[in-house]
Design a protein around this ligand. Structure first.
Ligand code: PRP
Ligand code: ADE
Length: 178
């Protein structure tokens, strides 16, 4: 059931104190990827949430790099497409870009200009919500493309950083909270 799947996911997250900088507790999802049952549980839980709350979704948009690990699996389950938002300089053709701050640094995100059609209903996906800077920037990119953003999906949410406040009014669905 749902509770045991959540427990399975939680048991496959490892903590690394002081990585990549002193004071940061890095929440490592590698054990989830290494365990087929845990990875299946992640996608099952996301699928269940989306079918119930966002059945009209037309596209899953994932964030570089760890959003790419879950996004295509979920998109395929749902029978919709997947689009990448990448770090600067990686995507060919005409792109739109936006700069943002991270829990431990700075970055710039890009999307191909023709990736999303105006009015298209999309869900954003990433492995983890910290300050919300990354997902907020992704939302800004998609607004420029006039996408209809329905919400954000993350495996892990770090509550003390209040990332979901930064994303308001977009709803955030997370599987594991710290
Ligand atoms: C991490 C994580 C999220 C983001 C969350 O990615 O995967 O994308 O930080 O932080 P925020 O909520 O404060 O924006 P990172 O930029 O380290 O890159 P990676 O996925 O390429 O490892
Ligand atoms: N991205 C931003 N903060 C993070 C953390 N504490 N652990 C893993 N990824 C992160």
């Amino acid at each position: 059931d749902c509770e045991s799947k959540l427990q399975l996911v939680r048991r496959h997250i490892r903590d690394f104190p002081d990585f990549p900088k002193p004071g940061i507790v890095f929440r490592d999802i590698c054990p989830i990827l290494k365990d087929p049952a845990a990875l299946t549980a992640v996608i099952d839980l996301f699928e269940e949430h989306v079918r119930k709350n966002h059945p009209q979704v037309e596209l899953i948009v994932g964030l570089d790099a760890r959003g790419f690990l879950f996004g295509p699996l979920l998109a395929q389950r749902l029978g919709v497409g997947f689009v990448m938002i990448r770090k600067k300089g990686k995507l060919p053709g005409t792109t739109a870009s936006v700069a943002y701050d991270l829990e431990y640094g700075k970055a710039e995100a890009e999307i191909q200009e023709d990736a999303v059609a105006p009015g298209q209903k999309i869900l954003l996906i990433d492995d983890l919500l910290a300050t919300g800077g990354t997902l907020y920037a992704a939302g800004e990119l998609l607004k420029k493309q006039q996408a209809e953003i329905m919400g954000c999906l993350v495996v892990i949410e770090l509550n003390e950083l209040n990332g979901s406040d930064k994303l308001k009014p977009l709803p955030v669905f997370s599987l594991v909270q710290y």
